[in-house]
Structures are given as C-alpha cells and as structure tokens.
Design a protein around this ligand. Sequence first.
Ligand SMILES: Nc1ncnc2c1ncn2[C@@H]1O[C@H](COP(=O)(O)OP(=O)(O)OP(=O)(O)O)[C@@H](O)[C@H]1O
Length: 360
Amino acid sequence: MNNSVVEIDGSFLEGGGQALRNALSLSAILKRPVRVVKIRANRPQPGLSHQHLHGVNLLRDITNANVTGNQLRSTELQFMPTTISGGSFKVETGTAASITLVYQMIMPALLYADKPSRTTAGGGTNVSFSPQVEYMQQVLQPNLKRFGICFDLKVLKHGFYPRGDGRCELAVEPLRSLKAAELIDFGRFSGFEGIAYYSGRLPKSVGDDMQHAAKREIHRLWTNYDCTIDVIKYDTAKQRHNGGGIHITARTTTGCVLGAGTVGQKIIKGHLIGLNAACELSGYIKNELCVDDHMQDQLIIYMALGSGISRIRTGPLTKHTRTAIYVAELMTGVKFNIDYDTSGRILLSCEGIGHRNAYI
Ligand SMILES: Nc1ncnc2c1ncn2[C@@H]1O[C@H](COP(=O)(O)OP(=O)(O)OP(=O)(O)O)[C@@H](O)[C@H]1O
C-alpha cells in the first residue's frame, strides 16, 4: 500500500466537481490519502457545494476516514480513509442537490465494502447538468453490468430544483473484483423508449409537447422503428413542486444502451426539450457509438479498476472524460489509450489494475 498523499488539481480541464468525486472514490478503494486543491475552480461559485459536501461526509462515514476541509465552499480538502463498511446509510441534503451525483461518489467504494449497503438520500432526482434518476436506472445500470456490477436504485419520490425533496434508495452488492468490459460492437440499432414527465401545477400539455417533439424527430429519421415515449405525472412531496423533463433510452442488438435527456428550467418549453433530447440521441445512433457522451466519463473509474483490458467505442472525448482519465491515471497508475477506428470514432482502452476487495 502506498501511503503518500496524492495531490489532485481540481482546476484541471473541466474544473468541476467530478475530479473531487473520482479522487475520493479511488482514495477510498485504494486506501491512498488524497488532497484535492482548487476544488471546482472553473465554476462560478468555486469550492464545495451542498452536493459535494454531503457526498464527502457520506463517504467519510462509509470509509471511517479522517477529513479536513469539509466545509461549504471549501476549495481544499484532505481525505484519509481506513476501512470500507457496508450497511445502512442516510443523507439529507435539504436542498435540490443531485442525488445521483452523491451516489456517483459513493458507489465505487461500496462495491469494495465488506457487506451489501443501502443508502437513502434526499435531494433532487432530476437536476440539470447531472444524470437524471432514469438515466442511472436505464443507462448506467446496464453499462455497469458489463463490469459485473449490480446495483438497484429505487425512486421513492421525485424532487426538482429549487425545492428538492426527492428521495431515493440505492442498494449496492459488493464484489470480489470488477471484470473488464468491451463496449465496441454496436450491432444494429433496435429501438428507442422514454418518458416525458411533469409534476406539480404544470399541465399535461407540457409532457405532451415533449413527447410529440421527440417522437416527430425520431420518426423523421427512423420511420420503421417503434418509439414509445410515455407521458407521466410524477408524484412530488408537495402539490406545488413543479418540474418537467424527458429521458430517452436507445438500445442495440448487441446490448449497447445509450441515453439522452433534458430537465426543464424555470420556464419549460416542452417542444424544445423533446427535440433536444431526440437530436442528441439520434446523433449517437447515426454514428453507431456504443457509449454516449455522458457515460464516457462515468465509466473511466471502472475501466481503471477492472481486471484486464476494457474498451469502449465512443465519440470525441469530453472534458469530463479527460478529467476522469487524469485522476484515474494519477491515482492508479493505469494508462488510457486513445485510438481511432476507420470511421474516425474513438476507441478508448485501458488495462485495469484488477483491484481486489479486501473483505470478501
Ligand atoms: N444529461 C446528462 N445525462 C447523464 N449524465 C450527465 C448529464 N449531464 C451531466 N451528467 C454527468 O454528471 C456529472 C457532472 O459532473 P460535474 O463535475 O460537471 O458536476 P458537479 O459536481 O455538479 O459540478 P459542478 O457544479 O462543478 O458542475 C458527470 O459525470 C456528467 O457526465
């Protein structure tokens, strides 16, 4: 075990919260102390926000870590983990902080815990610039299955910006080690499905607009494929909690699962939201990508930890992905290789360290 403190520059490339999440997750798993400096330096309000702080404190409890700098807006943090314990955990953000991003920080560590875990979290379930809960359930889950990972995410109540008040429960099964995964064979496109949701005092027409716009665009491009987008009214903590958005999943015959979605802002323009999501997803399918833009960065940590060579076929690497690679290479010593196939798509690969769970 290497006990020297690894320093991570949180301002590098994307300069958002993801470098912090990945650094702390790897620190917990590898039991390597880490210091993250210039946290979220490229964001309008740098430092730890509620989401990051709650994630840090939750991971501290899971790993019995010694932490300094875990205050709101702190731009520097040191994390020294000891063990990884499963069991029951609870976090209340009291804001619309993204629940899925809190889960993004703790899930890798919980895979290497001594026993299964169940974590309830209160906050936002569908928040801009983060995975929606539907994305985590329908897209992240099958992609992580390729690494041998099993988790279950239940949405008990939806919650939106600015009130939050959503509630989820994440169950994670620990494993002995992660498999390497190959996501490079697109096969043939087999269909789209999705949901257009609205809540609170918003009328059903908001959901209908999203659905019609998305279906129109998809049918324009793929006249022969079935596309079901259900319009659903979501249950929220209070009648007046408005929210709306869309999530669409695409599947291929070889098991690739890609997703796209948009969460409505203050004024929800249903037709634009529906069109955006359909265009984003159609772009991936037309290019026969196996991994969508958002999944890219979320897979890096698992590729670095897996046993053997993982490969993914994807579009141009996002800044989030390059940031995740920077953190993973620094913390684990792996090397990611970027190649191009004959159509100019990216083949990203790495030989993982095959990290073993110390408890099972
Ligand atoms: N529409 C989306 N669908 C799925 N995942 C998304 C979507 N938008 C963003 N993400 C994911 O959410 C994460 C956002 O990381 P990022 O560092 O930008 O967020 P953050 O911690 O909220 O920090 P900040 O507030 O600093 O932006 C990334 O893993 C990204 O892939």
